[in-house]
Design a protein around this ligand. Structure first.
Ligand SMILES: [Zn+2]
Length: 203
């Protein structure tokens, strides 16, 4: 990730609807450069999507910050049980076997029944709920400074990579592998999966 990438991302964080042409004139690079950089950062999974920002306070919802404490070995199980709930808008797994959740809801009954369901999860040792009165600052957690780099994981073995490793282009997408061995094995696996997808299950 270089300065141009960071500049493009900053522009997009500011306005996700900015056109490549607008961004290119603001940061003084060509439109094709912006387009190919955005494509690259989408392919490698850094850009995960585009969405609309809403003023949550205008929706008349209530938000609650919940801190859950559980045994270290049970943290993943607790996260699995709560992450699918609509009412849960954010989950951070913290140090000291704690989980921070932000809940948002319109109906107190929904909140009460969610808290009741948590109290039935035996892995949860302790729980603290505080209503959020106002939000003084809410920024995207992905902060872009000169220190921000890219932490890619090998698509085959999952190990973190220091740089972009071995890039493999297949079907118009870039795949990132840590070394030649992983790249070879990944290509074989990819071809097998494509072959399997082409073969009908019931011949
Ligand atoms: Zn690897």
């Amino acid at each position: 990730m270089d300065d141009t990438d960071r500049k493009i991302l900053k522009e997009l964080q500011e306005d996700g609807r900015a056109s490549f042409r607008e961004i290119s004139s603001r940061i003084k690079v060509s439109t094709p450069t912006v387009s190919s950089r955005v494509q690259g950062m989408t392919d490698n999974g850094l850009i995960t999507g585009y969405s609309v920002l809403l003023n949550a306070d205008m929706l008349g919802q209530t938000s609650v910050a919940t801190i859950i404490e559980a045994k270290p070995s049970e943290i993943d199980a607790v996260v699995e049980r709560i992450k699918g709930e609509d009412i849960v808008r954010l989950i951070h797994v913290l140090s000291d076997s704690r989980i921070l959740c932000i809940l948002s809801f319109y109906d107190q009954k929904k909140y009460r029944s969610f808290v009741q369901s948590l109290s039935r999860i035996s892995e949860i040792a302790k729980m603290d709920n505080s209503m959020i009165l106002r939000t003084a600052k809410e920024m995207p957690r992905a902060s872009l400074t000169d220190e921000s780099g890219l932490h890619l994981k090998c698509y085959y073995c999952g190990h973190p990579m220091k740089d972009e490793g071995v890039k493999v282009k297949m079907d118009g997408r870039t795949h990132y592998l840590c070394c030649g061995v992983c790249a070879k094995l990944y290509k074989e696996k990819y071809e097998r999966m494509k072959e399997a997808a082409r073969t009908p299950a019931f011949a």
